[in-house]
Design a binder for this molecule. Structure first.
Ligand SMILES: [Zn+2]
Ligand SMILES: [Zn+2]
Ligand SMILES: [Zn+2]
Length: 305
């Protein structure tokens, strides 16, 4: 309320399963939902934070304090194989997974009431993943999340002042400078961003100005290999390969063709095995301190493979 942001209240999720090895994995084949022949499978999240038909919550007449948690949560199971992390799959398989990301995105993007479709993968015990079977999550949100709004504000400011795309501009400068570039392919550039908030933050940008993954359908195989490349580098540098992989796409409603689609990775590590905790400064003021130098991290990542 005082931040002008929404919090999704999810007490029912406290009971969601944290996988214990003695119990069956709900995503392995053979369950009611996971039977049959499949390579990539999308399921409804059994412990969703949002609902297509939420109960009615009374609204304050003057100040909106509560709203129904409208939306949908889905899970994309990467493979029937419980161990099939991105680096263990090949480019065809990861390309198929990205194809499913697109299919699910398109199915939610145009739905009434959906303002933003957020797709991400949480991986590893270090960030508290409850089910280790590789999967992505999809949140169809009834609002544009604050982080995206913030980036969008910067993009629109730059567009107004300079008449160009901030990301296209930044990408060109990064490629010219080269020090923070981790890898390049025909259509994608992987960088440690200038002003990375986290020590091992990595972003993937398409060279073409596209606003969603859907527009990259023709180069999914290449993107698959670029994503695998990042994850493989992480697996060389960390004892546990743990990260958040966040897809930053355009908002769902309106013309956001000025948005430049990209993928951001946030590993929780400050080095091989020590966690970067968000403490007083970060949590209390959202001011980040990063005690690594992005150029050095980029070099470390370049040399990891
Ligand atoms: Zn499993
Ligand atoms: Zn651009
Ligand atoms: Zn972003």
């Amino acid at each position: 309320m005082i931040l002008g942001e929404w919090v999704i209240v999810t007490p029912h999720r406290a009971d969601r399963p944290f996988q214990d090895p003695s119990r069956d994995c709900p995503f392995c084949p053979g369950k009611e939902e996971t039977s049959g022949d499949w390579t990539v499978l999308t399921l409804d999240n059994k412990f969703p934070s949002l609902h297509p038909e939420p109960g009615i919550v009374p609204l304050d007449a003057n100040v909106v304090l509560e709203a129904p948690a409208y939306g949908e949560c889905k899970v994309i199971v990467y493979s029937p194989n419980h161990e099939a992390q991105i680096e263990n799959l090949d480019d065809d398989e990861v390309g198929r997974i990205l194809g499913e990301y697109i299919r699910v995105f398109n199915s939610l993007d145009s739905k009434q009431g959906v303002e933003y479709v957020y797709q991400f993968e949480n991986r590893g015990e270090a960030i508290g993943v409850s089910l280790s079977h590789p999967h992505a999550q999809v949140y169809a949100l009834p609002f544009v999340p604050p982080r995206i709004k913030r980036e969008l504000g910067q993009v629109e400011k730059w567009l107004k002042e300079d008449g160009s795309c901030l990301f296209c501009h930044m990408l060109q400068k990064e490629v010219e400078a080269g020090q923070r570039v981790v890898a390049e392919t025909d259509n994608f550039v992987t960088i440690v961003p200038f002003g990375a908030r986290l020590p091992f933050e990595v972003h993937i940008y398409p060279r073409d100005h596209v606003s969603s993954l859907t527009e990259l359908e023709g180069v999914l195989h290449e993107l698959a290999s670029v994503i695998r490349d990042v994850v493989q580098r992480f697996s060389k540098l960390f004892d546990e390969n743990s990260y958040v992989m966040a897809f930053h796409t355009r908002p769902s409603k309106g013309d956001f063709s000025h948005w430049h689609f990209h993928i951001e990775f946030y590993p929780p590590w400050r080095d091989r095995s020590r966690i970067k905790y968000l403490a007083g400064l970060e949590t209390g003021t959202w001011v980040y301190t990063n005690d690594t130098i992005p150029e050095n991290v980029a070099q470390e990542l370049r040399e990891a493979l």
